[in-house]
Design a protein around this ligand. Structure first.
Ligand SMILES: *[C@@H]1O[C@H](CO)[C@@H](O)[C@H](O)[C@H]1NC(C)=O
Ligand SMILES: *[C@@H]1O[C@H](CO)[C@@H](O)[C@H](O)[C@H]1NC(C)=O
Ligand SMILES: *[C@@H]1O[C@H](CO)[C@@H](O)[C@H](O)[C@H]1NC(C)=O
Ligand SMILES: *[C@@H]1O[C@H](CO)[C@@H](O)[C@H](O)[C@H]1NC(C)=O
Ligand SMILES: *[C@@H]1O[C@H](CO)[C@@H](O)[C@H](O)[C@H]1NC(C)=O
Ligand SMILES: *[C@@H]1O[C@H](CO)[C@@H](O)[C@H](O)[C@H]1NC(C)=O
Ligand SMILES: *[C@@H]1O[C@H](CO)[C@@H](O)[C@H](O)[C@H]1NC(C)=O
Ligand SMILES: *[C@@H]1O[C@H](CO)[C@@H](O)[C@H](O)[C@H]1NC(C)=O
Ligand SMILES: *[C@@H]1O[C@H](CO)[C@@H](O)[C@H](O)[C@H]1NC(C)=O
Length: 589
């Protein structure tokens, strides 16, 4: 009995797909696929273009600019979603695949023999049953049906059915995860026949990436988008400005990035932004921009010092959570004009690719307004109505541009602002914040920093003078310890949310802040731990019996996903040593 249990455990453990589909049945027959495979989308043959080499980034960017015009005021089409997914599929299968030796007993002969009687997949049929909604590549939560089904018969007939192009793309992602690299150069699946039906649990599945505190080249961001799409994440929230640097170019306010960026050239032009947004949209990853305000704005002071109060105070900890201090003045017509210009320039360039705009609102420090010559007070009774007016103005602009506002939880829960029912609240400080947000009737995003902040646990980045040093020893950071994947995996977005309000939890985001993250370590800071959140958001935190999902079955599957990410050029950390993954049962307690 226990022998069969172990055996069946071992068999299920090798099933590769991450995140876990809603339902799947697989067999044990081998099927091959090679570069001659055809893709037929609703009856029309598609060009698979298996590219031996990826197009260099600059060339791809230049091509995009020449096709779209400088400002890229064009949205992303369904056909582009399909053709991008097919290209990515062939590239993954034939260029970026891996030999799964880590998942077979040492020195075993696991590779299936190839001979004349082998069965091949000759054609992958893609069947989209409904026309895409007009905004399929820039949806609000719930606009797009992301479900799909996938079947592979032992005779080699493969079919992916979905009601949207995004569903087809998800199905193709799953398809690639069934295949391993064969020494012949082809790819094979040992799991035929396959029958999968799949749909996400949550509509908003994102990563928040801080590209202000450290400079990330566009190619670092598109590499992130690829990895997100491969985990069926559907949102990339770019925290694109903060106190430390202002990298986004605003043509109507050219000094902002010229002076506020870290270095000449460390900026995102409108063309580059359009490229990044389109790159995400083509892969089912909606890029959402956040201009954090009124706090976290001191980088504006490099170009418009008159708009910022308490800029770079020596005693910064009185005025901000981290240096440099500074906040947009709260009762200033200059700030109003500045924001009008900023919004009128930026928002129309966001609109083709997203339905959201994030106006920030976290960690506003009241003492900074003691130094604000338009207010000169830190009394919340005075500040609160000004904050209400400030946020109302911003959200009115966002709505007028055709976008839906997102704001950090403090605006609702600390400042008690009255916000439109359309405003999505991004919580981060606690599970109670989620419950409070939905109890006020607002839609919520989760991402409790005690579980889903990926940057935690690397120690303080502040330096301590000798007399302060002792007090901070051994220099843990505020959100230590590092949140390992098992902890991230155990986090339930619906924890503490009454059953009749769970529909207001749209999903959530994991967060990578960049005080100690940059392009060199971002891959391993994010991957594969973010995969744990991807599965919680796609498959739900609980299994079919309502229990926490088992690490025993998740771990080898996640190890496989890690190998797939590495094969695709992402520097993801290992989950376990090969000793564990080669057996599958002996590294458990
Ligand atoms: C041919 O290859 C298939 C798939 O790898 C295998 O199942 C079969 O045993 C092989 N047949 C011969 C004659 O080697
Ligand atoms: C997206 O399209 C659907 C139907 O086509 C519509 O119901 C929804 O309101 C649209 N959303 C936006 C943001 O335009
Ligand atoms: C995208 O562009 C097409 C063609 O210009 C248009 O029909 C469609 O409404 C646009 N969709 C959105 C969401 O803007
Ligand atoms: C805001 O500024 C106006 C003048 O621009 C002033 O009359 C008003 O008292 C200020 N409000 C506060 C709360 O300081
Ligand atoms: C407000 O400012 C006063 C004067 O600087 C200070 O004593 C007080 O602690 C501040 N209040 C808060 C809530 O920080
Ligand atoms: C918001 O409400 C809470 C609870 O009633 C209160 O403690 C807090 O002081 C209020 N905040 C402001 C800015 O008025
Ligand atoms: C299930 O996960 C929750 C966190 O969401 C944790 O508090 C609880 O201890 C876990 N239960 C078991 C049985 O592991
Ligand atoms: C949700 O259920 C609670 C009881 O658990 C009830 O008090 C509340 O009125 C319900 N809210 C809604 C919006 O139905
Ligand atoms: C896996 O480990 C167990 C326990 O050490 C051992 O009995 C078994 O033979 C190993 N299986 C393989 C395939 O290595």
């Amino acid at each position: 009995m226990s022998f069969y249990l172990l055996l069946s455990l071992f068999v299920t453990q090798v099933l590769a797909i991450w995140p876990l589909p809603s339902s799947m049945m697989m067999g044990e027959e081998v099927l091959f696929v090679d570069r001659t495979v055809n893709f037929i989308y609703n009856g029309a043959a598609q060009v698979a273009l298996p590219q031996p080499e990826q197009m260099p980034f600059e060339q791809d960017l230049n091509l995009f600019i020449s096709q779209q015009g400088n400002y890229g005021h064009h949205n992303t089409s369904s056909q582009k979603v399909i053709s991008t997914a097919i290209k990515s599929t062939t590239q993954t299968l034939f260029e970026q695949n891996f030999v799964p030796w880590k998942f077979h007993p040492r020195h075993s002969d696991f590779e299936p023999a190839m001979n004349a009687s082998c069965n091949y997949i000759k054609t992958v049929y893609l069947k989209q049953t409904e026309a895409d909604p007009a905004n399929v590549t820039k949806p609000l939560a719930g606009d797009v049906d992301e479900s799909y089904s996938l079947s592979i018969a032992t005779n080699g007939r493969a079919t992916i059915t979905a009601s949207s192009s995004i569903g087809i793309a998800h199905g193709l992602t799953t398809f690639t995860q069934l295949f391993y690299k064969h020494s012949s150069g082809a790819a094979y699946t040992p799991y035929a026949p396959v029958n999968i039906k799949d749909a996400p649990k949550f509509q908003h599945r994102g990563l928040n990436m801080d590209v202000s505190r450290a400079w990330y080249a566009p190619a670092d961001i598109t590499r992130m988008i690829d990895a997100l799409a491969y985990n069926k994440f559907n949102r990339l929230h770019l925290h694109i400005t903060d106190a430390q640097s202002w990298p986004i170019e605003i043509p109507a306010l050219p000094m902002l990035a010229e002076k506020g960026s870290y270095r000449e050239g460390f900026t995102y032009s409108p063309q580059t932004m359009a490229y990044i947004q389109d790159y995400g949209a083509s892969r089912g990853v909606e890029v959402i921009l956040e201009i954090d305000m009124p706090g976290h704005t001191s980088s504006i002071a490099y170009s418009y010092p008159e708009l910022i109060a308490a800029f770079n105070e020596k005693d910064w900890s009185t005025y901000a959570a981290e240096p440099p201090s500074g906040t947009l003045k709260l009762n200033s017509s200059g700030v109003t004009e500045f924001l009008d210009t900023l919004f009128e320039d930026l928002l129309p360039r966001v609109l083709p690719y997203s339905s959201y705009f994030h106006t920030g609102g976290d960690e506003v420090n009241v003492n900074a307004y003691n130094l604000d010559d338009t207010v000169r007070s830190n009394d919340t009774a005075i500040l609160q109505p000004l904050m209400q007016a400030f946020v109302d103005r911003a959200h009115t602009k966002v709505r007028a541009a055709g976008l839906t506002p997102i704001a950090w939880e403090e605006m609702l829960l600390t400042w008690n602002l009255t916000l439109g029912s359309d405003v999505v609240i991004q919580t981060w400080q606690s599970d109670e914040a989620v419950a409070q947000t939905v109890s006020k009737g607002h839609k919520a995003l989760v991402g409790n920093y005690n579980y889903w902040y990926l940057d935690c646990g690397h120690g303080q980045w502040l330096d301590f003078y000798p007399d302060a040093s002792q007090a901070y020893y051994p220099y843990y950071d505020y959100c230590a310890p590092l949140h390992n994947w098992r902890m991230m995996y155990a986090y339930d977005p619906l924890e503490g949310v009454p059953a009749n309000l769970t529909h207001l939890v749209l999903g959530g985001e994991v967060h990578i802040w960049s005080e100690q993250t940059d392009p060199v370590n971002v891959d391993r800071q994010v991957w594969p731990r973010a995969c744990a959140a991807a599965e919680v958001l796609w498959s739900g935190a609980k299994d079919e019996h309502g229990q926490n999902r088992s690490q025993i079955t998740a771990s080898p599957r996640l190890s496989e996903m890690r190998e797939r990410l590495v094969a695709r050029g992402v520097g993801a950390e290992p989950i376990q040593m090969p000793f564990c993954t080669q057996n599958g049962t002996q590294c458990a307690l």
